[in-house]
Design a protein around this ligand. Structure first.
Ligand code: FPP
Length: 280
């Protein structure tokens, strides 16, 4: 694993990386990067200083995930509800995004990372939208990790947009009367179509909320919440989250692999009799 090679032996992270099972890495990690404001406030700084520090962490985590061999990383950069923030803060977030896109292009290309976005990005200020689309076009041929930035994103909007797209398509094709929607059809209309569903959802700053993020896609994701604020999130924290994820038993609604195989039908019949009797 490239990640292991990038950590000097003797660095405490080396031990953590060694403990990782490269065959059991999440294909897709999604992160709610929370706590920038609190990080800044604790230091007597303006909230935007927290966002600025948060960008440095984005750069670091993107590279680590790419080196670890993760297929997709989705970062919640701006929710559709974030427009309610003071205008100055919103404008700073756009400036930081543009700064990131300009300064990271070389690294994204070097690491073969494909940038894409999720959200109603056409509602962004025109210059931001243009630079985002240009970055997507410039990295479109890269075949390494997908960096999916959720910007002006609302999961409910996404699902509503997907359903409406299916209705519009069926109407155009004259088959609206017989339209029956299934899960695969909805998934194929989401911004994340083509990406594996997130296996691991990380939220920083200790909040136990999903905040309208990837509601459809995280149906079976493992959740990991850390008290650490986003600007303090680092490689050690990410490795801990990955190790915690690898210790989980993912059941997808079934039973664990360690459980005994199904009982014999006659035994099950007898058990049912006993339950029925105890209920009467
Ligand atoms: C949540 O913290 C963070 C955000 C709404 C913005 C996240 C943006 C960045 C990390 C920088 C830009 C991103 C990219 C991809 C370049 P908060 O402000 O809600 O923190 P608080 O809950 O402590 O107030």
């Amino acid at each position: 694993m490239k990640l292991l090679e990038s950590i000097a032996p003797g660095d405490p992270d080396h031990e953590l990386a060694l403990a990782l099972d490269p065959r059991k890495l999440p294909s897709h990690i999604a992160i709610i990067m929370d706590g920038n404001g609190r990080w800044a406030k604790r230091r007597g700084m303006p909230r935007v200083a927290g966002h600025r520090a948060g960008v440095k962490v984005v750069r670091n985590i993107v590279e680590i995930c790419a080196n670890a061999g993760v297929q997709a990383l989705t970062l919640y950069a701006f929710s559709a509800e974030n427009w309610k923030r003071p205008r100055f803060e919103v404008e700073m977030l756009w400036r930081l995004l543009r700064f990131y896109l300009r300064h990271e292009m070389e690294d994204l290309q070097r690491n073969n990372i494909r940038l894409q976005s999720s959200g109603r990005v056409e509602e962004l200020p025109a210059v931001v939208y243009e630079e985002l689309r240009a970055a997507e076009r410039a990295t479109a041929r890269n075949r390494g990790m997908v960096l999916n930035l959720a910007i002006n994103y609302s999961s409910r909007f996404e699902i509503v947009d997907a359903v409406n797209a299916l209705i519009d398509k069926a109407r155009l094709e004259g088959r609206l009367d017989s339209l029956v929607v299934d899960e695969a059809m909805v998934s194929a209309q989401l911004y994340t179509a083509g990406l594996p569903e997130p296996d691991l959802l990380i939220r920083t700053s200790g909040e136990m909320r999903i905040s309208n993020f990837l509601l459809w896609q995280i149906a079976y994701a493992e959740l990991y919440v850390t008290e650490t604020l986003w600007p303090d999130f680092n490689r050690t924290e990410l490795l801990r989250a990955l190790l915690d994820y690898q210790r989980r038993e993912r059941r997808f609604g079934g039973i664990g692999a360690a459980e005994p195989a199904s009982e014999s039908p006659s035994r099950a019949e007898a058990d049912l009799e006993e339950i029925a009797v105890s209920l009467t």
